[in-house]
Design a protein around this ligand. Structure first.
Ligand code: SF4
Length: 330
């Protein structure tokens, strides 16, 4: 792992179930190259999972391990980055508590995700303090590693802005401890679910990284394409097709041009188009499945990787907390 503080970055994911290919193309694909050039900290945000999924924690341990296996399968290498579990580095809780002291509640209430999710998620009671305060925990997770920048999707920008505001407020009260991390926007990948809605575990409309090709085949067969194309003899339109965005991710440009031409002139049927997709998906998933097998067979390896990562994260977190406590005269 690299140890240049100027090249430090941190990112996490909530352990709420198996990752689908949308997670790969939306985040992991960007994470993997970072470990080559940065001191990268990747954490399993298990406390974050509790902010909304607090009522039933019976599957949490399995989800933590499963998430790390998905990361390793996708190419994260514990020799090159720190993979750790948030709840095992207690400094995150301490920093979150201290940052909570200086964060106005109004900043949290105006968080767009807070309002949106409270309206949208009706099957859970999100009136808990932890849910309102999760951006403070997020700020602690980021600021702990004092990165110059963090990779974020467009939807995460308001959170990062809040982190920057909290850092600024802290530095204003107690002196310069935290750099304000800048956002590095990760390219958004379009990965619609099999039914055209957002790919999500809860809709049951995803292709998961752990799925075998036998499991994937019926999902792809049932995948929505151009809704106006009822027969093979009808010309199709890739721009309204649910499958075509996957060709953008997995198919080479030359074949893509052939697909577009074949589709719009009704020379290529959706069944054959799906066959091309399946072939490319299989080639994409093969190395992931190969890497995964080792960890599924020997899950204790995952525990060892987490133990090492926890240690590395804790070392960095202790340094930060020393500065924080000193600055705050604690
Ligand atoms: S041929 Fe391919 S791109 Fe065209 S509508 Fe069918 S699945 Fe979509």
């Amino acid at each position: 792992m690299l140890h240049d503080p100027n090249l430090r970055t941190v990112s996490g994911m909530r352990p709420t179930g198996p990752l689908h290919i949308g997670h790969y193309f939306g985040a992991l694909k960007n994470w993997v190259p970072m470990q080559e050039t940065h001191s990268a900290y990747f954490f399993v945000a298990d406390w974050h999972a509790l902010t909304s999924d607090y009522a039933d924690t019976s599957r949490l341990k399995g989800f933590v391990r499963g998430l790390v296996i998905d990361w390793l399968a996708s190419g994260l290498d514990p020799e090159k980055c720190a993979i750790f579990q948030q709840s095992k580095v207690l400094e995150h809780a301490e920093l979150s508590l201290l940052l909570g002291m200086i964060t106005p509640v109004s900043w949290l209430e105006r968080n767009p995700t807070y309002k949106e999710q409270q309206q949208e998620i009706t099957n859970k009671d999100l009136g808990n303090f932890g849910f309102l305060g999760y951006p403070v925990l997020m700020a602690a997770d980021i600021l702990m590693y004092r990165p110059k920048w963090v990779p974020v999707g467009q939807d995460q920008l308001p959170h990062l802005e809040l982190t920057r505001e909290i850092a600024r407020r802290f530095n204003g009260f107690y002196g310069p401890v935290f750099p304000e991390p800048e956002a590095r926007l990760t390219p958004a990948a379009k990965c619609p679910g099999l039914d055209g809605r957002k790919m999500s575990k809860s809709y049951g409309n995803g292709i998961f990284l752990q799925d075998t090709m036998e499991e994937i085949a019926p999902k792809v067969r049932g995948m929505f394409t151009d809704p106006a194309r009822l027969r093979k003899s009808d010309p199709g339109n890739p721009d309204v097709c649910n499958l075509y965005p996957y060709h953008e991710l997995l198919t080479d440009p030359e074949t893509r041009a052939e697909i577009r031409e074949g589709c719009t002139t009704a020379k290529l049927g959706c069944v054959d188009c799906k066959k091309i997709f399946m072939k490319n998906l299989e080639a994409f998933l093969a190395p992931l499945h190969e890497r995964r097998a080792k960890y599924v067979e020997r899950p204790e390896l995952v525990d060892d990787i987490l133990a090492e990562g926890n240690k590395a994260a804790k070392a960095e977190a202790s340094r930060t907390m020393q500065d924080v406590r000193e600055a705050m005269h604690m």
